[in-house]
Write a protein of this length. Sequence first.
Length: 335
Amino acid sequence: MQTSTASHATVPSSPPAALRAGVVGAFMLFAGCAGAEPASVALPGDQAYPENITSTADGALYVSYFAQGGVVRIAPDRKHSAFWLKPGVAGTRSVLGLIADEKTNLLWLCSNDMTALGVPGPNAEPGSMLKAFDLKTAELTVSAALPGPQTLCNDIAIDSTGSVYVTNTLAPEILKLSADRKTLQVWKRDPMLAPPASGGGGLDGIAFGADGHLYVNTIGGGDLFRIDVNAGVAGAVTQLKPSRALKNPDGLRWLSGNRFLMIEGGGSLDLVTVDGDSARIETLKDGLLGPTGVTRVQGSAWISEGQLSYLLDPSMKGKKPSLPFRVLAVPVPKQ
């Protein structure tokens, strides 16, 4: 097992009001109007609040739990689901982003101490961490802390060489895991990537395009960016112009060429097509209940409905989310 030599950085137990508002804003995702009911799978537990979803080539789905912690695996036949990684295992807390990398046989995830937001998680492990577990044995393989005073590991991308990158929602920076897989280092920091001054979270979704460049969004700012990449080195940051305004863009996954699947916390699944410095946004499904993540399995996009506003929005106190929590499938246009 490899562990990070970097010191743990925590979300302060009593953060400044602006910081607290920014973190809460990053996860207050709202549902749109109801639509036709797609295929879905119920998730176990009434405290799931699923935050992200990934998949493997056999069609299995892996879903992270924000409140309860842990990762649930849904079998390819969709008839069986159970905890693949139980809450609290190997120091995991609230689990956010996750991505399966079958080339290295690892499941990567973001683990965060969210007690400052009233979400204690399953143990007292401090900090914001990137962790990796063996896909066959679920044994911990990598554990690296995000450095700095304001950290929230949100989502993960892997480039063609196997290098691992994560977004930090509380700072305008993307981090890269060192070659020895022991430490995370700032790979790109730019004020354009900062959380909006008016409140709401910063960097969230992250994915590489077929052009080799890195694409990210900001959940509070509603922005899309391209970061030029040359031999693994970060270059210029370009703000892309979307064809329509975005509402809380979240999970981002590569589809083909320079096309991506993207979640909007406002309630939709989008197809994003990048052309130069523009991005065409096509809504594939709206009326989703606080969607948070997306993964493609053959001809379908599987979406996690987090309903995190019930957990984090003070105005929702006393109200209950729609149960059971679920993941659902939406057809993806042919490539």
